[in-house]
Write a protein that binds this ligand. Structure first.
Ligand SMILES: *[C@@H]1O[C@H](CO)[C@@H](O)[C@H](O)[C@H]1NC(C)=O
Ligand SMILES: *[C@@H]1O[C@H](CO)[C@@H](O)[C@H](O)[C@H]1NC(C)=O
Ligand SMILES: *[C@@H]1O[C@H](CO)[C@@H](O)[C@H](O)[C@H]1NC(C)=O
Ligand SMILES: *[C@@H]1O[C@H](CO)[C@@H](O)[C@H](O)[C@H]1NC(C)=O
Length: 368
């Protein structure tokens, strides 16, 4: 995303501006009611360079997905906004990947409603979306800093030199920087009214997502020396893969704690506590929710449920991807498809591969 010359910059500017204008025009015309409106930034082409963004007059006010406080953060840190866009984009993709076998599969209803009301209802799905998108911004900003794509930040320079028997060199990901920025940006909306349970829940889950990124940082090393010997070893700290972050949060989704808000004695401020005495206390990186989820069986666009009519299901599975649960007891139909595939591939010396064409019979089960 670094631009090679000013001239190229000027040339590409107009096209990008036009694309961006189209995006605004769409966003501007349709008021939305949900708290994660900033996720609409996921669809802005992230190839916009910083100077292109700076070149668009009053960009931050025009991004209608942003709350007032987020606009302020945007103006102060315009160089980080492509990290926010990337973060939104990659977290939605990862969420869809993690939930592809569930009734609620993290599909956006459309580009205006995004995930619908479900993210305002204090459900587990809301918890997951808040956590993964906050993690996504931490992740994308940190990576952008490491790659030199975002100005004003870089690698973690505290991890250079000799320490704990390692030689630290190369670029350690500066996750603390990315995390601090994510906190500033994604928590911006909530701080205003942190007296209600839902805001506390969102703030907790945002933080849980960021904690998962921080807690799963790993040390990577490389050996230098004659023919693979490890005379000199240099190491650096690196983020986990984003897929791993998505997976860990998915486990937290399944084990999320139901909570309720309660007034702290004396001070009068609210806090979240487990909804029943039988539940163990939750940790900073656990997901919490206030309300049970709807069943997502039928379509309700306002709510953000697409329903499961027409979804593919697994006839032999007893889990949520099985036809009984996925189709909500409505039943399913079986279709048989014949697809052409390459098969019996042989490698010939040297160097080509020859395959035969086979017709494969594929059985698919589709919810009624
Ligand atoms: C993510 O970005 C890609 C490439 O710009 C785009 O095609 C895709 O629609 C974006 N995804 C979302 C969820 O906005
Ligand atoms: C959709 O869900 C909302 C919120 O739960 C509910 O009030 C509304 O009646 C539902 N609409 C339909 C068409 O079922
Ligand atoms: C998610 O569910 C919707 C509606 O049931 C469906 O249209 C969509 O293809 C599904 N997406 C994936 C990735 O399975
Ligand atoms: C369907 O479920 C069974 C049992 O859980 C599993 O072994 C199989 O791999 C699944 N099939 C597909 C296509 O996912």
């Amino acid at each position: 995303m670094l631009y090679s010359s000013k001239r190229k910059d000027l040339l590409t500017f107009n096209m990008a501006a036009v694309q961006l204008w189209i995006t605004y025009a769409i966003l501007l015309c349709t008021p939305t009611v949900q708290s994660l409106k900033w996720l609409s930034l996921a669809s802005i082409p992230s190839s916009l360079s910083e100077s292109q963004m700076e070149g668009i007059e009053d960009l931050c006010s025009r991004l209608t997905g942003l709350e007032r406080r987020q606009k302020k953060v945007c103006r102060q840190h315009i160089s980080m906004m492509s990290g926010v866009m990337n973060g939104a984009n990659m977290s939605i993709i990862e969420c869809q990947n993690q939930f592809k076998d569930r009734r609620w599969n993290c599909s956006m209803v459309d580009e205006h409603t995004i995930f619908g009301d479900i993210v305002n209802k204090g459900t587990r799905e809301a918890a997951y979306i808040h956590a993964i998108t906050a993690a996504g911004v931490s992740f994308a900003v940190t990576k952008g800093c490491s790659r030199g794509e975002l100005s004003g930040c870089g690698c973690d320079v505290s991890k250079v030199g000799e320490m704990n028997g390692f030689t630290w060199a190369g670029c350690s990901d500066n996750a603390l920087y990315g995390t601090a920025f994510s906190k500033k940006f994604t928590d911006a909306r909530e701080r205003v009214k942190n007296t209600n349970g839902r805001s506390l829940m969102n703030l907790h889950n945002n933080q849980a997502g960021r904690e998962v990124v921080l807690k799963n940082m790993k040390t990577e090393c490389k050996c230098h020396g004659v023919s693979g010997s490890c005379e000199v070893k240099t190491c650096w700290r690196s983020l986990p893969s984003f897929k791993q972050v998505g997976q860990i949060l998915k486990q937290s989704f399944d084990g999320a704690t139901e909570v309720k808000s309660k007034k702290k004695s004396q001070v009068g401020r609210m806090q979240l506590i487990p909804s029943s005495r039988k539940l163990k206390p939750f940790e900073v990186d656990d997901l919490v929710y206030l309300k049970d989820s709807p069943d997502f069986c039928e379509k309700n666009s306002t709510l953000g449920s697409l329903g499961t009519h027409g979804r593919e299901c697994n006839k032999t599975s007893k889990n949520i991807d099985g036809c009984d649960l996925m189709c909500c007891g409505r039943g399913y139909r079986t279709i048989i498809e014949h697809v052409t595939d390459r098969c019996n591939c042989k490698f010939y010396w040297c160097c080509f591969v020859k395959c035969e064409e086979c017709i494969k019979r594929v059985v698919r089960n589709i919810c009624l």
